[in-house]
Write a protein that binds this ligand. Structure first.
Ligand SMILES: Nc1ncnc2c1ncn2[C@@H]1O[C@H](COP(=O)(O)OP(=O)(O)O)[C@@H](O)[C@H]1O
Ligand SMILES: [Mg+2]
Length: 598
């Protein structure tokens, strides 16, 4: 038996634990009722076949019953049997409902807490994990864990029932019961031992290949333009069909092996019951003695086989799905990876007022702990209210520096200093800082929603301030385009904004930053999709119209940063020079050569 299902217990809420206890109580009640329904069949059959014997066997106090008519005794026994059977059926059905509800509740809780955890993971975690992995954890793996939970509950209910039915049969005939237990028990153990190793392996194989198929699916959809151009469908289709087949075949093998014992055991049971008749007849017992025993054992076998089979299927399914628990656990025990931002929800951007400088001080950074330094001994200072440009060749570390300034990446050494306070060491300050800034990347993420929802990103529709949306769109010079749409700000953008030009997307990105009311804008090649003339106009209105903003921009073309107060020039993760456009043109030969290639 695999106990890793118990490792989920600490993640269950108090309500779920209470529900679990309620289920346990119902299971115990169910199994007592099973004893009742099987145990009352024996006397009932005895009463039918030989009512006198029942009366003789009654205790003295009940001797009044002996005057009753035989048919009334049979009727009485029949009614008791019937009531117990009906009641136990109702309780069983209710128990199964409770079991399904409980499983569904736990599975939903697990999905929600792992998604909650996921959203709070630091940025570095997200850039080092493939999204197909994450999606598989939150869908397939949670599903498998649901199966494990359902199976665990099945084992509890079924083994209680098997145990109580077994005890009843022991009372009716200890010898036959022990013999049957031995035969059935050893058959199950043999089958389980033969198959259990493969269950785990195949369950794991199933999920891994499922994850590969999701990866192929995502990558091919993301690169569909190239696939169509290169006619490379077959490469992706091959990958996909391979992983899909492996995963489906594994499911077939798991299900097949879980079913085998059912048929084997059914065969063995029929043989046992025929053997029982044979032995009883050989012993010279008469038919009215045989039938109650035989009837009880037939009903007993019929009742026991289903839960016994359930236990086996449940064990198999725990084996084959337990690797999902191992994979899901790290997503649940997120508390140690998680940035402790929960307590800071109330901190608003209004709380933070910066007056002097944003600084990176003695900053070193690398993406992997053993990797190369991407940023080396960086010191830079951005005065509040200034317009600062970052220039340098591709790969020189500009985007990384912007992520460090935003606090999305934590310096490996050194710190982000805001007005003299170290925000790398101060979670409250960091939280307020993140509200204070907005980022406009080169590729704006657009959701399949209206323009209004994309500009007021992450704000529920009913809370969107439409006036502010319009203002932001105006400042970002995209309001005319949006107002020309049939539904204006309520027009839907379409998945990933596929119908928009690069320039339109970037303007929406800038409108989003303005809507947020950020005081510091970080533009990472945000205007690179605009043509030269439009970009120049755009930048100059952005710079002149928003005097109270601090603007940091990574430039694709040097002309973009011409009007900046200060330009930092980077190369290979190091700051090489800084100054105004003209002073750099004079002093930095690398800047001059950058200017020439533009
Ligand atoms: N997620 C990442 N994991 C590992 N290395 C990265 C990652 N992102 C960027 N790098 C490396 O960091 C260096 C700087 O990249 P980047 O900051 O994107 O430069 P730039 O924006 O100036 O083009 C490059 O050598 C790049 O290979
Ligand atoms: Mg970059």
């Amino acid at each position: 038996m695999n106990f890793s299902a118990f490792s989920l217990l600490p993640y269950l809420s108090k309500n779920r634990r209470l529900e679990l206890l309620f289920f346990l109580a119902l299971s115990i009640l169910s199994s007592f009722l099973e004893i009742g329904s099987l145990g009352s069949l024996y006397p009932f059959l005895q009463a039918v076949l030989n009512p006198k014997k029942i009366i003789e066997s009654l205790p003295i106090g009940f001797s009044g019953l002996s005057r009753m008519h035989e048919n009334n005794i049979i009727l009485g026994m029949g009614i008791i049997f019937l009531v117990i059977v009906v009641f136990s059926t109702v309780v069983r059905i209710y128990t199964i409902w409770v079991q399904q509800k409980l499983t569904a509740n736990i599975a939903a809780d697990l999905s929600i807490s792992s998604f909650d955890n996921l959203l709070k993971r630091p940025y570095i975690w997200h850039i080092t994990h493939n999204s197909s992995e994450v999606i598989t954890r939150l869908t397939e793996d949670v599903n498998q864990v649901r199966t494990v939970i359902l199976s665990g509950l099945n084992i509890i209910l079924s083994s209680l029932i098997v145990l109580s039915l077994g005890l009843t049969l022991v009372l009716i005939s200890p010898h036959i019961t022990l013999f049957a237990t031995f035969i059935l028990g050893s058959s199950y153990i043999i089958i389980y031992r033969l198959t259990r190793g493969t269950f785990y392996r195949e369950g794991k194989e199933r999920i891994e290949s499922h994850q590969r198929s999701i990866k192929t699916l995502q990558e091919s959809l993301g690169g569909i333009r190239d696939i169509l151009l290169d006619d490379s469908q077959s490469v992706f289709l091959n990958d996909y069909s391979q992983s899909v087949n492996i995963s489906r075949q594994a499911v077939a093998r798991i299900n097949f092996k879980a079913q085998i014992p059912r048929y084997l055991i059914e065969g063995i049971t029929i043989l046992l019951i025929s053997g029982l008749v044979f032995i009883l007849v050989l012993q010279g017992k008469n038919i009215s003695n045989i039938i109650p025993v035989l009837g009880s054992f037939t009903l007993g076998a019929y009742k026991i086989l289903q839960p016994l089979q359930n236990v086996f299927v449940a064990l198999a399914s725990i084996k084959s799905n337990s690797s999902s628990i191992e994979r899901l656990l790290p997503y649940l025990e997120g508390t140690q990876h998680r940035e402790n931002l929960d307590s800071l929800i109330s901190t608003k951007s209004e709380d933070l007022i910066l007056e002097k400088n944003i600084e990176l001080r003695d900053v070193w950074f690398r993406y992997q702990s053993a990797g190369d330094w991407v940023i080396k001994d960086l010191n830079l200072r951005i005065p509040i209210g200034s317009r600062v440009g970052f220039v340098g060749p591709t790969g020189s570390g500009k985007s990384t520096i912007v992520d460090l300034i935003m606090g999305l990446l934590k310096p490996s050494k050194g710190g982000l200093i805001l007005d003299g306070y170290n925000a790398s060491e101060d979670i409250d300050l960091m939280k307020a800082w993140r509200h204070y800034i907005a980022h406009v990347p080169q590729y704006i993420y657009l959701s399949d929603a209206s323009f209004a929802e994309n500009i007021a990103f992450g704000v529920p529709m009913q809370e969107i301030d439409l006036l502010r949306v319009k203002e932001s769109a105006q400042k970002a010079q995209v309001s005319n385009f949006i107002e020309d749409q049939a539904l204006g700000y309520f027009e839907t953008i379409g998945e990933r904004g596929i119908g928009l030009s690069g320039g339109q997307r970037q303007r929406i990105g800038i409108a989003r930053a303005l809507y947020k009311g950020a005081r510091v804008l970080l533009l990472d090649e945000a205007t690179s999709a605009l043509d030269n003339k439009t970009e120049r106009e755009f930048i100059s209105t952005l710079l002149s119209g928003n005097d109270n903003l601090t603007i940091i921009m990574i430039a694709h073309r040097l002309s973009t940063v011409e009007k900046c107060d200060l330009i930092y020039e980077f190369s290979f993760g190091k700051l090489v020079d800084n100054g105004t456009y003209n002073s750099l043109l004079e002093n930095s030969h690398t800047f001059r050569s950058l200017a020439k290639t533009n």
